[in-house]
Design a protein around this ligand. Sequence first.
Ligand code: PLP
Length: 417
Amino acid sequence: MTITFNMQAPWADDPQAKFGPRGFPLLPGGFGRSTYFTGATPTYAVKGSGCTLTDNHGRELIDANNNFTTLIHGVAHPEITEAAVQAISTGNCWGIPNAYEWAHADALLSRFPDLDQVRYSNSGSEAVMTAIRLARAATGRGAVLMTRAGYHGSSDIALSTGNEKERRGIPKGVTNDVFLVDLNDTEGLKQTVEENPTGFAAIVIDLLPNRAGLTALTKDYVETARALASRHGIVLIVDEVISLRLHHGGYIGTYGVKPDLLTTGKLIGGGFPVGAMVGIEPLMRLLDPTRSESIPQAGTFSGNPVSMAAGTVALCLLTPDVIARMNRQGAEARDAIGTRIATVGWHVRGDGSLLRPFPDNGSYDITTQRKLWWAAYERGVLLSPANLASLSSAMSDAVVADIAERLADAVVSVATV
Ligand SMILES: Cc1ncc(COP(=O)(O)O)c(C=O)c1O
């Protein structure tokens, strides 16, 4: 059977349109993911290649969204596509292990000399959720400490970092065990743990939390978290679902601190669904099904051959040199944008190949974010809805300079309205 997919379908201009007997759109609000929403009629992806993407209006955009930082080598990278096609053509998923998992594990673990084993899932959310469960099983404790407004995926426990509105639907039994500390509040961290040191199973940190404002954790905060965890038998979980791109050994490699568990995802699947929990053997052995005390971990598509094959190539292509080039380009873009937007009272934050503009006065509400998203879109740059720009290895210096110029223009247009 051949199905022709209509890229100019009627819903493309009005996703809220009422269709047929249902009387409401096929997707809630017209969206397959809430995180797509940018405050107006969406633009639909039609095709892409390298660092560009064409939408249903025929507009060519420089893709600095990269599916929320996932496509680190750009859209439809030929070698990644070839690996995925090879895996698909011999069977897209199996109910028994496959050799691609071993290749991927080898490529991933070679980046973390201090960590011993990896277990796969389908998303970063699952990886974080499982890491927390593992920490609880290992310690026999329940409490978890996280950064206020940090994002660690869509599990109940991860969403407990949010405000009251975002916590709706999460049982009190879950939120009661979650303790939040403000970004880089080292004193708050110490105090919270010391009040109940034997209650904590895990401290979870994201070293460059986008949702909490794309400001890096200080060395002091991270070292304190490590020291407290070691002193009190707490598991230190470093969430590198995004930040892995910043350094060959993960962003944690720049802090000189050893995690007990490290979660990652996004780029390590080469554009296919993936999550991974990497950790020290004394903890990871709890997932060993040959042991009587093991705890279950599953996922029908976990470690599927396509994600593993494509992800192995993506990881191998992400050499220290490639990372260094992207980080240099990011620094140059931040300098260029920062100089331009300082004149209108904005600044740019980020590190390595990630950057995001903010108004100096802190009035960065959702309306401003959406205005900036559309202003960038109109100038041919695709950002994440929260205005995060992530570079890909498919971008030349000239393309990155172009992004910087267009993004600075977009900020100036929003700031001076
Ligand atoms: C730091 C962090 N952790 C976890 C997640 C969840 O990953 P996923 O969307 O693959 O479930 C995200 C997603 O953006 C993230 O940024």
